[in-house]
Design a protein around this ligand. Structure first.
Ligand code: 13P
Ligand code: SF4
Length: 353
């Protein structure tokens, strides 16, 4: 296994976290329990969704209030693969995607005839930012014999040049299959997910060097300390986390896999190494279980992400309400780009379908 150093300075993916983003993200954390006028906002969203023939699709990492209104209005809350599938089967003319940019772009690529809107155009992802299409193209040109497999957390341009797109819920099966067929892989962009997949499948993989600002911060020492306080707690880990954190897991997988594990595993407490907004769904299924955030730093360290994605946190009930009312912040992509990016996305959706 080789690790490719990008031309960007890759030693700390948290360089993408500027102070203004961190401050606004802190504000969003404080809003999780709900603004005073929640009922008014819910009423307005329900009314305008109907009026504008729109549905909402949300990720498990957005504000629980958004997850609540999404479900209340017949929309869908899920992991990134399930969101993509919902986008293509949903019959509404317009779709509001509450998550990050790559999720909305994926919805547009799979359903170009629909209007796709987002509460804020600022919501991106450190993996998407850390993998510019032009740099990946250079690397791809050096390895024409390899299948280019990219994580869904990438731009439409990156998807368009790829052989396969995968999310964490289907990555292992697809890489296993490619390995079985004797194919070598060029993987981008998440190095931790890549090395986990390499270890699990034995595939020959060259890895791009980028990481998620949230999951990269989880610390095995912190989890050990928390385990000492709660020795009976299970550990749930998203595979975007560092290998020493993954090693401590009782379950590793996508957000939907971790929610399933929180229901099914025989623990009353869990230490969870992923975005804490997922606790909303975990607690819905298991109201009597306790969930603890996996620590993001040791003594003296500063918590930057605080187990919450700063870009997911930019989605609020307020900007969702505005988006549903005005159908603003539309996602637009070139037809030719959509055509190219659709091919690997369709292959993913149809794999094991
Ligand atoms: P899932 O595909 O597991 O929902 O993960 C998306 C993501 O961005 C995790 O950080
Ligand atoms: Fe990207 Fe990490 Fe946020 Fe997921 S949690 S959207 S990988 S920055």
């Amino acid at each position: 296994m080789f690790l490719i150093q990008s031309a960007l300075d890759m030693d700390a993916s948290s360089r993408f976290l500027n102070q203004s983003l961190i401050d606004r993200h802190r504000d969003s954390l404080n809003k999780v329990d709900g603004p005073a006028n929640k009922d008014d906002l819910f009423e307005s969203i329900i009314y305008n969704l109907k009026k504008n023939k729109a549905s909402v699709v949300s990720h498990y990492y957005v504000d629980p209030l958004i997850q609540e209104i999404t479900e209340k209005t017949g929309g869908f809350v899920g992991d990134s693969l399930e969101m993509a599938k919902f986008g293509s089967r949903c019959e509404s003319e317009n779709l509001i995607v509450c998550g990050v940019k790559f999720m909305a772009e994926t919805a547009k690529i799979l359903s170009p005839e629909k209007g796709i809107f987002v509460p804020t155009l600022e919501s991106t992802c450190s993996l998407d930012l850390g993998c510019p299409a032009a740099e990946l193209k250079e690397l791809k040109n050096k390895h024409p014999e390899r299948e280019l497999v990219v994580y869904a957390n990438t731009s439409a341009e990156v998807k368009a040049m790829s052989d396969w797109v995968v999310t964490s819920s289907i990555a292992k099966e697809i890489i296993e299959d490619l390995h079985f067929e004797g194919k070598k892989i060029l993987w981008a962009p998440d190095k931790y997910l890549g090395s986990y997949l390499q270890k699990e499948t034995g595939a020959d993989m060259i890895l791009w060097d980028s990481a998620c600002v949230v999951h990269e911060e989880f610390k095995s020492n912190g989890i050990k300390d928390l385990k000492a306080l709660h020795p009976d707690a299970g550990v749930l880990v998203h595979p975007e986390s560092p290998p020493e954190v993954i090693e401590m897991a009782d379950a590793v997988g996508s957000t939907s896999h971790l929610i399933k594990a929180s229901k099914e595993l025989d623990f009353d407490k869990f230490i969870v190494a992923t975005d804490k907004s997922i606790f909303y769904k975990m607690s819905q299924f298991s109201p009597n279980k306790e969930f603890f955030e996996a620590p993001t730093g040791g003594v003296g360290s500063t918590c930057k992400s605080c187990a919450h994605c700063p870009w997911m946190g930019l989605n609020s009930l307020y900007n969702l309400d505005k988006c549903v009312l005005e159908l603003n912040n539309e996602i637009q992509l070139d037809e030719s780009l959509i055509k190219l990016a659709k091919e690997p996305l369709d292959k993913m959706i149809q794999f094991n379908a």
